[in-house]
Every structure is written in structure tokens, then in C-alpha cells.
Design a protein around this ligand. Structure first.
Ligand SMILES: Nc1ncnc2c1ncn2[C@@H]1O[C@H](COP(=O)(O)OP(=O)(O)OP(=O)(O)O)[C@@H](O)[C@H]1O
Ligand SMILES: [Mg+2]
Length: 502
């Protein structure tokens, strides 16, 4: 089949990094091409070269059969290539419709912007994606998932021949993901070619026809998805066999460290549970069930309206995240863009930001050598791909930024570590490294709360699992009792009293 788009032998270097080193990719009409590879393998860079955001150092780019160079994103867009970037690119102060049609507003006969038409067209796009908000809404007032859907609507409005989706489902609910998949199938039927970048194996096998594998900026293979099994795909990505994705350690948990009683707050309704030393407590539930809100009330980012929290035998009151931190509760955000990392600062500064008091001297000043050592250790441990610890974190690949966010929480040596969707956007190999590290901390007696939408992750890592539904607990399961089915039933609110341990 003649590809719409063919890139061959692409090379691209940044200071200290060879991001692409002989990378190739073909996109065929009416087919979805998955692009997979470890964090930092060069996937997003390849898309930026392809759409003219970066110029290539070498290699060939053929569009509809002829060699081209796109001078910038506008040129590739006009040629018929649409891209949904890994990072959101919307303007929060503008409405949904204004964002969608930014720079190409409709003009009526007398030269004025035709707002009516613009909002009508935008609403039609939102409807096609099954979205419930209207296009007058300000983007800044939308959830991250809805903002992502606006990005998708924007790309649809261009009627592109090739559409690139760089980790599009990262912030989406299951229902939103299904809407997206429906649209992908429509686009395929219209003859569009799609590039689908994702670390979620399930989605690749569900929605993609072909897959291209990158490793260290190089092309490794192109295969039909139907000819592949998950294990062999993972092996091509990481270059070795990955056995036992969830390396759980069996260990009797210690004494109770945290007791939460009748906790209520915004989106949280009368929740009680305990957490022991050396225990991993999984929190499952659908998106919007109140898991993140529960964590925020617990460590002080949202106001507590009722209930008590006892930590190490002392009642604690957390009115701010600083209170949480001072009491030894650390929360690692699911939304690292908003309240996680400072993109303009270095890897080192980002990692030690919250841990500074551990590196502070009694008389003021910093223990620079110690800080340096600790940061270096974490970079090695997590295999963070960066030319140096002084690199601004915004220049790291998405998954590598996530690794730094986790390392930052761990550096404070908390008593209770809350990980909210810790492996979102992280590649399969690095996921396992993160799990091993979590286990190591568990063995040292740290108490861990693991909030995750990925059921295999919750089932594979947790000693005990709580399920939330509409702000309250709808199930508690021991590791032995828990199954995908029982967690799912509790997540949708079908509570069975025999499933409850307490
Ligand atoms: N503008 C830049 N300046 C310096 N280095 C960069 C820049 N953009 C990307 N890199 C580096 O190039 C390499 C490839 O990054 P890229 O973002 O393409 O990876 P990726 O495959 O998309 O990874 P992920 O799965 O984590 O998103 C990384 O080492 C990254 O840090
Ligand atoms: Mg990327």
C-alpha cells in the first residue's frame, strides 16, 4: 500500500542528546499506526520534525509521494497533517470555540467575525465527540480530560489527511476514550491515516492496525498488530524480556500508622480507613469517583468539613499541603503540569524542591554535596534520560518528567506516601522500576497509598484495596479477594456486603 506519509532515516540532535538516529515511519490511508518506544525514545521529537516544529538534521520526508520540507506547523497543517500534542496547547482565558478556531475565525459579508457560525460549528464538533459542555465555556474552567477533548475537536476541524495523536487518552475517562475510538474508526473509514502514540498496550491492540517500534531514536520494526503478542512487542521496545510486571513482595504489614475516620470534604463523603506500616493500600474507582479529592482532603489541599485523622498516634489537622508535608504526608500529583513540576527549572532543582529542608544546614545554607549525591542516585535509579541534572525539566520527554516528579516525593522520606496515577505516561520498563522502588520503600516500613485507574496495577501491587464510588467507599478487598470483576462492580456502585472485609 502506498503510504500517505513516509519518513526515512531521520536524524535530530539537541545539545548533549541525539534524539533521533535513523528513525523511520510510514502512515497508510485508512489505517492506524501505533508508534511505541520507551520514554525518551524519540516519538514526540519525530512528530515535531514531521510537522515542521523542528528541522531535521538528515533524512527524507515524503508527503503524498513527493519529498517536502514543512517550514513550520502552519505549513504542515495546511498540507493536511493535524497533531494533538502530548502537552496541551490551549489558551485558558478563551472560550472553547475561540480555541478551536483561533487564527481562522469565520468572517461574514461585512468583514466582521461571525460568532454565531463559529459557536455553531464548534458545538457540532463537540457533539460529534459526545461532549456535554458547550463551546461558550472557558477552557480554563474545564477538567484536564475535557481540555484534551477540545484539542481533539480542534484537530478534527482541520479535516486533515493524517492525524497524529501523542498519548491522547492520558487524561481521559473510559467513556471519553470510547468516544475517541469511535471517531478514530470514522476517520479511518474516510481514508485518514492516523499515528497513535501510547504506552497503553491495551489500546494499541484495540485500536491500531500496525505498529512501529523506536528504541534510542532508532527504527526497530514495523509490524501488523494482528501478528504480534504483547510480550513480543514489549521485548522489541525495551530490548529485553520483561517478566513479572508487578514484582509484589509479600510481607506482613506492621502496626497501624494512619487512621482516617468519617472524613468529609468537597466530593468526599464520610470515608474511614486505616493504613499500616509497610503496607500498600490501593484506591480504585472510576475517574471522578472522588479518589483525588479524598487524598487532597487528607493531606490538606482541600478543606476538611468533618472527621479526624490520626497519624502515628497523634491527631493531626491539615489545613494546607505544607501541614501535610510537615506531618510526613507527601502527595504526588496526577496532574504534574498544574501542581507538579516547574518546567523552567532544572532536573536537580525540581527533584529537591520539596526536600530542601533535608539539605539545609542548621545555620542556613545548603548541603550542596549531599543534595547532588541524592539527586544523582535518583537519576540512576529511575534511569532518567537527561544529559545532566542541570537540564531544564521542560526539555525532558513526558515520561522522564514523571519519573522526576515521583523521585521528588520520595526524597522527602515521608511516613505516608500518596501516589496518584504514578505510572501514567511512563513506559513499561520504567513502570517496573517504579514498582520495584515502591516495594523497596514498603520493605523499609513506608506506608503507601496507590491511587490508580489501571486495575492490573492496583491488583498487582496492593496489599489491600479500597474502591470509591461517588465520593464514598463502596468496597474494601484483601489482595486475595480482589478481582477485576469485583473491583469494577464496586466502582460502579454495585456494593455487595459479602465483599466487604470490614
Ligand atoms: N527541545 C529539546 N531540547 C533538548 N532535548 C530534547 C528536546 N526535545 C526532546 N529532547 C530529548 O530528546 C529525547 C527524545 O525525547 P522525546 O520527547 O521525543 O521522547 P518520547 O519518545 O516522546 O518519550 P515519552 O514517552 O516519555 O513521551 C529525550 O532524551 C529528550 O529529553
Ligand atoms: Mg513523548
Amino acid at each position: 500500500m502506498q503510504p500517505l506519509l513516509q519518513l526515512t532515516g531521520i536524524e535530530k540532535s539537541f545539545p548533549g542528546v541525539k534524539a533521533l538516529n535513523g528513525a523511520s515511519l510510514a502512515v497508510y490511508p485508512g489505517r492506524v499506526m501505533a508508534l511505541v518506544g520507551e520514554n525518551g525514545a524519540g516519538k514526540s521529537t519525530m512528530m515535531k520534525v514531521l510537522t515542521g516544529i523542528y528541522s531535521k538534521d538528515a533524512g527524507s520526508l515524503q508527503w503524498l509521494g513527493s519529498e517536502v520540507t514543512f517550514s513550520g506547523p502552519k505549513a504542515s497543517q495546511e498540507a493536511g497533517i493535524g497533531i494533538i500534542h502530548q502537552e496541551l496547547n490551549l489558551i485558558p482565558q478563551l472560550s472553547v470555540a475561540e480555541n478551536i478556531f483561533l487564527g481562522r475565525e469565520f468572517v461574514n459579508r461585512i468583514g466582521r467575525i461571525d460568532w454565531k457560525k463559529m459557536y455553531a460549528e464548534a458545538d457540532a464538533l463537540l457533539k460529534r465527540l459526545n461532549l456535554r459542555f458547550n463551546s461558550h465555556k472557558l477552557v480554563g474552567d474545564l477538567s484536564i480530560g475535557d481540555q484534551q477533548m477540545v484539542e481533539i475537536a480542534k484537530v478534527l476541524s482541520f479535516e486533515s489527511k493524517v492525524i497524529i495523536m501523542d498519548e491522547p487518552t492520558d487524561a481521559l475517562t473510559d467513556t471519553e476514550t470510547l468516544s475517541l475510538f469511535r471517531v478514530i474508526n470514522e476517520l479511518k473509514a474516510q481514508g485518514c491515516g492516523i499515528v497513535y502514540i501510547s504506552h497503553r498496550m491495551k489500546e494499541i491492540f484495540e485500536i491500531c492496525d500496525d505498529v512501529t517500534v523506536f528504541r534510542d531514536g532508532q527504527f526497530i520494526a514495523e509490524r501488523a498488530v494482528s501478528d504480534l503478542r504483547e510480550e513480543s512487542l514489549i521485548e522489541m521496545m525495551v530490548g529485553r524480556k520483561l517478566e513479572d510486571q508487578y514484582p509484589r513482595i509479600d510481607q506482613e504489614p506492621g502496626a497501624v500508622r494512619l487512621t482516617v475516620e468519617n472524613l468529609s470534604g468537597p466530593g468526599v463523603d464520610n470515608v474511614s480507613f486505616t493504613l499500616r506500616k509497610g503496607e500498600i493500600l490501593g484506591i480504585s474507582g472510576l475517574m471522578g469517583a472522588g479518589r483525588t479529592e479524598l487524598m487532597k482532603v487528607l493531606y490538606g489541599a482541600l478543606p476538611r468539613t468533618r472527621g479526624s485523622v490520626t497519624l502515628n498516634g497523634r491527631t493531626i489537622i491539615t489545613r494546607s499541603p505544607q501541614d501535610g508535608l510537615a506531618n510526613g504526608i507527601v502527595y504526588i500529583s496526577e496532574d504534574r503540569k498544574r501542581d507538579g513540576l516547574v518546567l523552567g527549572m532544572s532536573v536537580k532543582e525540581n527533584m529537591s524542591l520539596t526536600a530542601l529542608r533535608y539539605f539545609s544546614r542548621a545555620g542556613g545554607g545548603l548541603k550542596h554535596a549531599e543534595e547532588q549525591l541524592a539527586v544523582g542516585d535518583f537519576i540512576r535509579l529511575f534511569n532518567v534520560k537527561t544529559p545532566s541534572m542541570m537540564q531544564p525539566i521542560g526539555l525532558l520527554s513526558g515520561g522522564n518528567q514523571q519519573k522526576v516528579a515521583i523521585a521528588r516525593g520520595l526524597m522527602t522520606r515521608p511516613d505516608v506516601l500518596i501516589l496518584d496515577e504514578p505510572t501514567r505516561g511512563v513506559d513499561v520498563g520504567a513502570k517496573k522500576e517504579i514498582y520495584q522502588l515502591i516495594n523497596q520503600f514498603k520493605a523499609e516500613g513506608l506506608s503507601i497509598i496507590l491511587v490508580s485507574s489501571e486495575m492490573p496495577e492496583v491488583l498487582g501491587m496492593s496489599d489491600r484495596i479500597l474502591v470509591m464510588h461517588e465520593g464514598h467507599l463502596s468496597g474494601e478487598f484483601s489482595r486475595e479477594q480482589a478481582t477485576q470483576e469485583s473491583l469494577m462492580a464496586a466502582a460502579v456502585g454495585k456494593q455487595h456486603s459479602e465483599d466487604l472485609v470490614v
